[in-house]
Design a protein around this ligand. Structure first.
Ligand code: TRH
Length: 358
């Protein structure tokens, strides 16, 4: 049996928003809490972790948060020790002194690049591939999260709450986590035509700014029977609870998108935009997979709304059809979640993958 790889160093560079840190923070917590690993999480911008985890003090060079040794990653990085496993999140490029120290380590560490999530089939072929360093005696492996057992799977805690707690009485709660490029004007028209009382939770940042740009002021706003309520940014666990409670969740990026699937409530995903519309192929790949087992009418309702939300297509009819079908979408999502839960979770897959590389 290979020696336990006890010390893990995760490096995270925050590109924008909260997805990079959200994924790394969840992974670090889980490796420490569920797998007993000693995890250092190196983050170049701890201000992005603080809203998700309010105990975080962004200026501290080192702090313990939920059994994770959180470090501020600065330009004057010095190496005290090298982990047995090194996770380079989203090709963030390890500090050169650290790379050199890895090359000199008596036992070569396991070096993994954690990639972005995609349902595209090429990711299956690339998962686990090795890439030798051009000059140093080191090999980096690519680890792809994904929706099938031949990928690295999805981040999922062992104690994930499976009960959904959406309130049956009116108004229906909706969470709106979106980019400012979302077709909000069209969605507001759709809300005005929705025959239900709604309470929409609008988080700070781009969602609130985008609604405010259309409706003026700082809210709350009323559109038809919908109340649009500005909400504070929630801790990551409180946000998960909100997703479980809402009748419909608008999510974006990577991490909230995965969490919406664990919540199993009806959700609409705004994908992170890429040049040359590369994100649309990624969106379609997910939709093909996610809706494969749905009856054709339901598949159409879901696909049309996801596409309209991401391409500024005609939203009103799609939204009204989706909201009318929300119980069927919920049932579909419960089945989808069960299918996903048959896979190993990402942290367990990663622990096993790294052990196999010793
Ligand atoms: O914030 P995002 O858009 O993040 C990312 C980044 O832009 C990244 O660079 C990009 O590559 C990636 O998307 C695809 O969306 P995401 O991934 O959903 O991350 C948001 C995180 O914030 C997630 O961990 C949930 C958390 N969150 C809270 O903890 N509380 C809240 O109130 C909200 C709204 C979100």
């Amino acid at each position: 049996m290979p020696a336990m790889q006890l010390h893990w160093d995760i490096f995270c560079r925050v590109i924008d928003n909260y997805g990079d840190i959200g994924v790394c923070w969840r992974l670090a917590r889980q490796l420490a809490g569920e797998h007993g690993r000693q995890v250092r999480l190196w983050v170049d911008d701890l201000h992005s972790l603080q809203p998700l985890c309010p105990a975080c003090s962004p200026e501290l060079p080192a702090q313990w948060l939920e059994s994770v040794d959180v470090r501020r990653w600065t330009d004057d990085f010095t190496v005290d020790r090298v982990g047995e496993v090194i996770i380079e999140a989203f090709a963030c490029e390890l500090p050169t002194p650290y790379l050199n120290a890895m090359a000199q380590a008596v036992h070569r560490p396991c070096w993994v690049n954690l990639e972005y999530l995609t349902a595209e089939s090429w990711a299956v072929g690339c998962h686990g591939l090795a890439s030798p360093h051009p000059t140093l005696p080191l090999v980096k492996h690519f680890f792809f999260p994904g929706f099938t057992p031949s990928t690295g799977g999805l981040l999922r805690e062992a104690d994930l709450p499976l009960l959904t707690t959406a309130t049956k009485e009116k108004p229906l709660e909706i969470s709106l986590f979106c980019y400012d490029t979302a077709p909000l004007a069209a969605w507001l028209s759709a809300l005005a035509a929705t025959p239900h009382a709604l309470c929409c939770h609008i988080p700070p940042g781009q969602p609130q700014a985008a609604v405010s740009a259309l409706l003026g002021g700082h809210g709350p706003w009323q559109v038809g029977q919908a109340r649009l309520q500005p909400t504070p940014f929630l801790t990551i666990d409180a946000y998960d609870a909100l997703l479980r409670r809402c009748a419909v969740n608008f999510v974006r990026g990577e991490d909230s998108f995965v969490r919406a699937q664990w919540a199993a409530r009806p959700f609409i995903w705004q994908i992170y935009r890429q040049d040359d519309d590369a994100h649309l192929a990624k969106l379609q790949a997910f939709l093909d997979h996610y809706t494969a087992a749905a009856e054709p009418p339901l598949r159409e309702v879901v696909q049309q709304l996801f596409m309209a939300w991401n391409t500024a297509g005609d939203l009103v009819d799609c939204w009204l059809a989706f909201i009318a079908q929300r119980e069927a979408v919920h049932q579909h999502n419960l089945a989808w979640r069960s299918e996903l839960m048959r896979m190993s979770d990402l942290s367990t897959a990663l622990v096993n993958f790294c052990a196999s590389k010793v």
